[in-house]
Design a protein around this ligand. Structure first.
Ligand code: HEC
Length: 392
């Protein structure tokens, strides 16, 4: 397939991924807020635990929650599951068209581990499967009975995955894999546990039997994890746009901070939905602020000493020609591209000065460019380009 058509396939899958992902996280947000907003009111029908009044789009809604299913269920009962399944399917599709097809460019950095594309793909697929299996085992083990301990273990598992990926893939590839690792856990929680358990519970109730309480408890445990992972997973998914996140040699620490910041933000929103006063939840704000400050400090660019360094226009043009121009030209000579990526052309001094901030971020402070370091750009060349741009 031509690079141009592949780019369209990529766009269409990405579009679909965003749509179903918004649907999934949107329904998750909605139902958590609804659940925490339920109140007991006078005159509730039998079996109803609480009700909520809502207004939206010109109408009023009165929703009531049954803890135990009503005697008969309507045939048009609405299930919310396809959002989750399709988010995973389209996400995996994107992983294929973006990272597997262009493994050399996006997934592999020979300086981290000299993998062949096929090896990188096998590691990717196996690691996502293994991640789910380990997570599921931990949840079902006796350790899983203590929610706080379990939360700590899940946190450690994700940070450990970030550490391993960081030592196997390129920085960018590592971060998207931590996102895929977490997204896989979340989607399989819905597909493999929450929905099947709900179906078993519903079947027991309809047959007049008391459902096994373990089924509900298990579903609840996984829903809580999914709830707290929604915000971190979003940052991981857009991390490719921010080389500062993954260019750090200890980028797993950045992942740990993202989990803390996103988890705290979700907690704040949850408790706000439940009607808690600020006095009870204020502590999440300093936690987020300190986490953010630590992340900013950790990812701050190394200072480049430019005193006395003089880099001529000719040297910069040579660097661009050797390391950037195969892709960043109006008609790229690189096989993988029909047009300059992101519309960024880097042939002249004017071009590179115009894109100064991005070039500093991608190539000098980070090593996201040249892509996959295909042309083996050296640290000295990065420093020279940096010194030149800083003096502008
Ligand atoms: C093998 C092809 C290739 C080479 C060589 C390459 N780039 Fe890129 N560049 C890309 C691709 C692909 C993107 C778009 C990345 C994405 O989709 O996030 C990109 C994006 C960029 C961007 C825009 C980033 C943004 O998101 O705003 C900058 C700036 C950049 N490259 C600079 C450079 C510099 C400087 C060099 C040379 C030192 C270089 N690139 C070498 C392929 C390449």
């Amino acid at each position: 397939m031509s690079a141009f058509l592949l780019e369209w396939v990529n766009l269409v899958i990405r579009w679909a991924h965003l749509v179903v992902g918004i649907g999934w996280i949107g329904t998750s947000f909605y139902f958590i807020a609804l659940d925490l907003g339920l109140r007991k009111r006078e005159g509730m029908p039998e079996g109803v635990y609480g009700t909520a009044w809502e207004v939206h789009g010109g109408g009023f809604y009165h929703v009531q929650k049954y803890l135990v299913a009503p005697k008969t269920l309507p045939p048009d009962l609405i299930w919310f599951k396809w959002e989750a399944y399709l988010t995973w399917v389209t996400g995996f599709g994107l992983l294929i068209v973006q990272y597997y097809v262009h493994a050399r460019a996006f997934l592999i950095n020979p300086a981290v581990m000299p993998l062949l594309p096929a090896q990188a793909v096998v590691i990717s697929v196996l690691s996502l499967g293994a991640g789910w299996l380990i997570y599921d085992r931990i949840c079902k083990s006796p350790l899983g009975r203590n929610p706080t301990l379990l939360a700590v273990l899940v946190f450690v598992l994700i940070v450990f995955a970030a550490y391993v990926y960081g030592n196997v893939f390129s920085g960018r590839g590592a971060f998207i894999h931590v996102g895929a690792f977490v997204g896989t856990i979340m989607a399989v929680n819905v597909f493999g546990l929450i929905i099947p358990n709900q179906k078993k519970i519903t079947a027991s109730l309809l047959a007049g039997r008391a459902p096994d309480p373990a089924l509900g408890a298990q579903g609840k445990q996984r829903s809580v994890h999914n709830n707290y992972l929604t915000l971190p997973v979003l940052v991981l998914m857009v991390s490719a746009h921010y080389p500062m996140l993954f260019s750090h040699p200890h980028s797993w620490l950045v992942v740990a901070l993202i989990l803390v910041i996103g988890g705290s933000a979700r907690h704040l929103l949850n408790r706000h939905d439940a009607g808690d006063p600020l006095a009870k939840i204020w502590w999440t704000l300093p936690v987020m602020a300190v986490g953010l400050a630590a992340a900013i400090w950790l990812t701050a660019p190394q200072r480049i000493d430019t005193t006395g360094v003089v880099v001529s226009d000719g040297e910069v043009l040579a660097i661009l020609g050797k390391h950037c121009a195969t892709c960043h030209a109006p008609r790229p000579s690189h096989d993988g591209f029909d047009a300059p990526p992101k519309g960024v052309v880097l042939l002249t001094i004017d071009d590179v000065v115009r894109n100064r901030e991005q070039v500093l971020a991608q190539t000098v402070h980070g090593d996201a460019m040249p892509l996959g370091n295909e042309t083996e750009m050296t640290t000295a060349e990065r420093a020279a380009l940096g010194a030149f741009l800083m003096s502008r």
